[in-house]
Design a binder for this molecule. Structure first.
Ligand code: ADP
Length: 258
């Protein structure tokens, strides 16, 4: 049985085709989220890659910020449930999920079956989210995927003390004007996100194994700063950004199997 999960986020649309709840047939990611043709692109791409005719998909589940805006969906589920299921699929021993996406950060506690037991979320402030990193990368005229490599070259992370993205922007500019090396500034930016998310994680309670999902999981600078702050190993996967879409496909399978 083929099920499909679509995760429509603030910056990207992700789609996963799953066979019998266990085998990933194809994945697609379009770099455009809610209010764009990103979902259409991701859907078209995943069907092409999977070589699966649309009529063979038994259930299409939508999740993410834009989950109510995708007409082909047969149903929807919250991002929290979707990430919990997706991360459980990727790492059976995961008991805590740290998800940092484009506009929010969530920490979800899981039970042994991958069900969400509790969660803590920041969706009020850009600091501590991918948005903060995107803005800072823009100031540095770098791509966001360069930040991890730059942070690894830092001698000492610069102190970014502002809790507000707008003030932190001025702080970064003045650090650069004072000759602080770019890698140190980048490490400071990554640390600033990690400090906020680590505080969220402590509120939720950190139980190992800890798995990181969402696009920011690809940023090694944030990952390392989080590991240092929390004193745990963070597990991740090349499919971390697709965890929500994967979880939605798993949910669709579970519904159809009942
Ligand atoms: P959303 O679902 O809200 O669109 P995602 O989970 O797709 O969010 O994450 C988007 C964020 O991930 C971006 O804001 C960016 O900071 C980060 N990101 C995306 N791709 C990469 C990459 N290759 N390397 C580092 N960070 C990345």
């Amino acid at each position: 049985m083929i099920t499909l999960g679509m995760d429509i986020g603030s910056t990207t649309s992700k789609c996963v085709l799953l066979k019998d709840g266990v085998e990933i047939v194809a994945c697609a990611l379009a770099p455009a989220g809610i209010g764009t043709d990103g979902p259409v692109q991701a859907y078209r791409e995943v069907l092409l890659r999977g070589g699966v005719p649309e009529r063979e998909i038994r259930r299409k589940m939508a999740t993410g910020y834009g989950r109510k805006c995708w007409p082909p969906a047969d149903g929807e589920l919250s991002e929290l449930t979707a990430h919990a299921l997706g991360c459980h699929f990727l790492l059976r021993s995961a008991r805590t999920v740290i998800d940092i996406g484009g506009q929010d950060a969530k920490v979800v506690s899981l039970d042994a079956q991958g069900r969400m037991a509790s969660f803590v979320m920041n969706d009020k402030c850009a600091a501590g989210t991918g948005r903060f990193l995107d803005v800072m990368a823009g100031i540095l005229k770098r791509d966001v995927d360069e930040l991890g490599g730059l942070a690894a070259q830092a001698a000492a992370p610069a102190a970014i003390s502002s809790t507000c993205t707008v003030f932190a922007e001025s702080e970064v500019i003045s650090q650069l004007a004072n000759g602080v090396p770019v890698p140190d500034v980048v490490a400071g930016i990554c640390k600033s996100v990690a400090v906020r998310v680590a505080a969220l994680a402590r509120r939720a309670g950190v139980k190992e194994a800890v798995f990181m999902s969402g696009g920011v999981a690809q940023n090694a600078g944030v990952r390392k700063a989080l590991e240092d702050d929390l004193g745990v190993t963070l597990h991740t996967s090349e499919l971390s950004q697709l965890a929500g879409a994967l979880g939605a496909a798993v949910y669709g399978f579970q519904k159809m199997s009942k």
